[in-house]
Design a protein around this ligand. Structure first.
Ligand SMILES: Cc1cc2nc3c(=O)[nH]c(=O)nc-3n(C[C@H](O)[C@H](O)[C@H](O)COP(=O)(O)OP(=O)(O)OC[C@H]3O[C@@H](n4cnc5c(N)ncnc54)[C@H](O)[C@@H]3O)c2cc1C
Length: 346
């Protein structure tokens, strides 16, 4: 590059930096008016079940659905990329952290409503009673509450960590149930374009996937203003408390007996059709294999656990090792169930 070209590029870079700083200042002024505290360089390891993840440039926790939407709107207008974090139970965050804003979703209200939103006439009818829930509500806690109060429909969720929003995005499921079967509709905001109630059909559900699920890898470009699930409505009906409690206790006991207790993000890989990722990883001799502070769980080979000081890079290396060994021996591509979030540049 010529000296003139290099100088031009340098001044363009400086100009971009100045405008990013101005946007950040404007954002901080506006969030202060909104009554939302924003911190810089928050370590995200504190906010994930893996206990792994570098810092967020900016971090804000919100406990009100309206503020969640406003914050995302503000960030999108000012060109600040954002990422919503629910329970942080389905993500591996890079050691370099996340650029832009991380919004911790701590919205926690719910109520029972008679009637509620209905899909179009061509879609399946929904029951008259709906549980209308903020997306930051913890799914397992909601399921336990419903059982205690005699509402059936969410028993399968008693052992699933994370928030309703994360579950709606990823079609969480367990013990034969899943979000696609229980959800009536979800309120989604698309910053800059308004909000929409989407039915379960419109959410395009498939195995642990939805039309809304972001599929970023560390090295891919993240959509800088992804849609956000604000609320969800679940169909519920009257059920027998003793029967539901016994079923839920059975699910929890099965979990305790089969899954590791160390920090993890749950199943790392999707099960390939007709098989189990854990079985394949065990068959290639990797069960219990360690790399740095990360280990393929000796209890369940589809879990990678943090034995204390694991880095994101350790987990990624184990992921690649499992994928290549399984591919070599069985010709099967293991696809990730967990999401990779953050900056891959370091
Ligand atoms: C021990 C353990 C066991 C598990 N067992 C199961 C299981 O049985 N079944 C199962 O399905 N999963 C399981 N998981 C994975 C995890 O619990 C689910 O995927 C859960 O639904 C993730 O919710 P979350 O709030 O933690 O999402 P996060 O991990 O916080 O986020 C996941 C993704 O969703 C996005 N997101 C989160 N909230 C919103 C929102 N409101 N709007 C838009 N995007 C959003 C995030 O940006 C991210 O891309 C397990 C995890 C652990 C640690």
């Amino acid at each position: 590059m010529s000296a003139v070209g290099a100088e031009e590029q340098g001044s363009k870079g400086a100009e971009e930096q100045r405008s990013a700083l101005a946007a950040k200042d404007e954002f901080l002024t506006a969030t202060a008016k909104l009554g939302v505290a924003v911190t810089a360089n928050e370590p995200l390891a504190r906010h994930t079940t893996f206990r792994i993840g570098g810092p967020a440039d900016l971090y804000a926790a919100v406990n009100h659905v309206g503020k969640l939407a406003q914050l995302a709107e503000l960030a999108s207008v000012l060109g600040i990329p954002y990422t919503v974090l629910g329970g942080g139970s389905n993500v591996l965050i890079s050691d370099a952290g996340v650029r832009g804003l991380v919004i911790a979703n701590q919205t926690r209200d719910w109520r029972l409503e008679v009637g509620g939103w209905r899909p179009t006439a061509s879609e399946s009818p929904i029951s008259n009673l709906q549980l209308l829930v903020d997306s930051g509500v913890m799914l397992a806690g909601l399921a336990r509450w419903a059982i205690r109060e005699g509402w059936t429909g969410l028993e399968w969720a008693v052992s699933v960590p994370g928030t309703v929003g994360g579950a709606v995005i990823g079609n969480a499921g367990a013990h034969g149930g899943c979000i696609a079967d229980s959800l009536a509709c979800a309120l989604v905001t698309y910053p800059g374009q308004g909000r929409r109630w989407l039915s379960a059909t419109e959410l395009g559900y498939s195995y642990r996937n939805s039309a809304l699920r972001n599929k970023p890898g560390f090295s891919e470009t993240l959509s800088s203003c992804p849609p956000i699930v604000l609320s969800a409505a679940f169909n519920v009906a009257r059920g027998d408390v003793a029967e539901m409690t016994a079923r839920a206790d059975g699910f929890l006991a099965h979990r305790r007996a089969s899954q590791p207790v160390e920090p993890s993000a749950g199943s790392v890989f999707r099960n390939p059709p007709g098989d189990h990722a854990g079985r394949l990883i065990e068959a290639v001799g990797l069960k219990g294999h360690r790399l740095g502070g990360a280990q393929i769980s000796p209890r369940h080979a589809n879990f990678i656990v943090n034995t204390g000081d694991a880095r994101s890079a350790d987990v990624l290396e184990l992921i690649h090792l499992a994928q290549s060994r399984v591919h070599e021996q069985f010709g099967i591509e293991l696809a990730l169930e967990i999401l990779l979030l953050g900056d891959s540049s370091s």
